[in-house]
Design a protein around this ligand. Structure first.
Ligand code: C5P
Length: 300
């Protein structure tokens, strides 16, 4: 018996970061937008918990119990007095350690898949609680579409989106560690006043109206200076996409993937070709948003 779940990647159209809290996390106003770039997680009843992974960057994905997908199976099983005896296969398409919540997607995907396989009957709230325990971005991977995340990013309010946005993503060689990028944020903020993070009304209005031009004006990522400090070459990628006609360019989350907002699908194709020709990235993908959250493709 198997269950396959499809889970989207995300881009943060606004990532406002506050000062480090006593627990080491940062208060956020995090506007998530799910994009049509997916991992697929398949769980199959087995003798014991195992994880396999295929796809780009699969060799960098941990296959032990530190994998968020394995931890999701363990947390759900523990809650319902079950053994987490499943084989989890991750078919990866989301860049690994790329700032697009690929690991979080696998956690949310495995959770939904195990829930369907075991028939636990867990409520949406229970699943979201487990997601929050797995990581700050995991609840959003479950719900998808668009949402404002506050707290450490896990307290979500769904947002209305009035249209389709066209994106190009430029994948970089290697990943960036999210904790390392937050540490660099703290280093750069030393001696400065870090304002309370708040969602931009202009940005929320642009999403609501589906207004690409207004969204381009409002895109903002407070982690971008930290990601650029750790990976200065990303500035060349951002410049190449802007020169090719992107309406806006920014680092996706903690990077090193960069995101380019395009006026339409044709423009996205042109920007992607120019980015690939520029030699400033490993590869590109064109995609659209919003996209649904974790979805069961094939049931038990
Ligand atoms: O919640 P998660 O385990 O995904 O976070 C990974 C790391 O990212 C944390 O250990 C922390 O270093 C950093 N982080 C943060 N503030 C947040 C979310 C994540 O500092 N709001």
């Amino acid at each position: 018996m198997s269950v396959t779940v499809r889970v989207p990647a995300k881009v943060n159209v606004q990532l406002a970061v506050g000062a480090a809290r006593p627990d080491g996390y940062h208060g956020l106003a995090n506007v998530f937008l799910a994009v049509s770039l997916h991992d697929e997680v398949t769980v199959t009843a087995a003798d014991r918990l195992t994880v396999t992974c295929t796809g780009p960057g699969a060799d960098q994905v941990p296959l032990d119990r530190t994998n968020l997908a394995a931890r999701a199976a363990e947390l759900l099983a523990a809650r319902y007095g079950l053994e987490p005896d499943v084989h989890i296969h991750i078919a990866k398409d989301i860049p690994v350690a790329g700032g697009m919540a690929g690991g979080s997607a696998d956690g949310a995907g495995a959770l939904l898949a195990c829930d369907a396989l075991w028939g636990t009957g867990a409520s949406r709230e229970e699943l979201l609680d487990i997601c929050a325990e797995l990581g700050s971005d995991v609840p959003f991977s479950l719900i998808g579409e668009a949402a404002l995340g506050v707290g450490r990013g896990e307290q979500l309010t769904p947002l209305e989106v009035g249209g389709t946005f066209h994106w190009v993503f430029a994948m970089a060689d290697g990943g960036l560690s999210t904790p390392a990028v937050f540490r660099e944020f703290d280093r750069l903020a030393e001696g400065r006043d870090v304002p309370e993070p708040t969602a931009s009304p202009e940005l929320l209005a642009a999403l609501r109206k589906g207004d690409t031009g207004a969204l381009a004006q409002a895109l903002a990522n407070d982690l971008q200076p930290a990601a650029l400090s750790l990976r200065p070459a990303l500035a060349d990628t951002l410049a190449a996409g802007t020169a090719a006609g992107a309406l806006a360019a920014l680092v996706s989350g903690s990077g090193p993937t960069t995101a380019f907002l395009a006026a339409d699908a044709q423009s996205a194709t042109r920007i992607a070709a120019a980015l690939e020709a520029s030699g400033t990235c490993r590869t590109t993908r064109t995609t659209t948003s919003p996209a649904p959250g974790a979805t069961v493709l094939q049931g038990p």
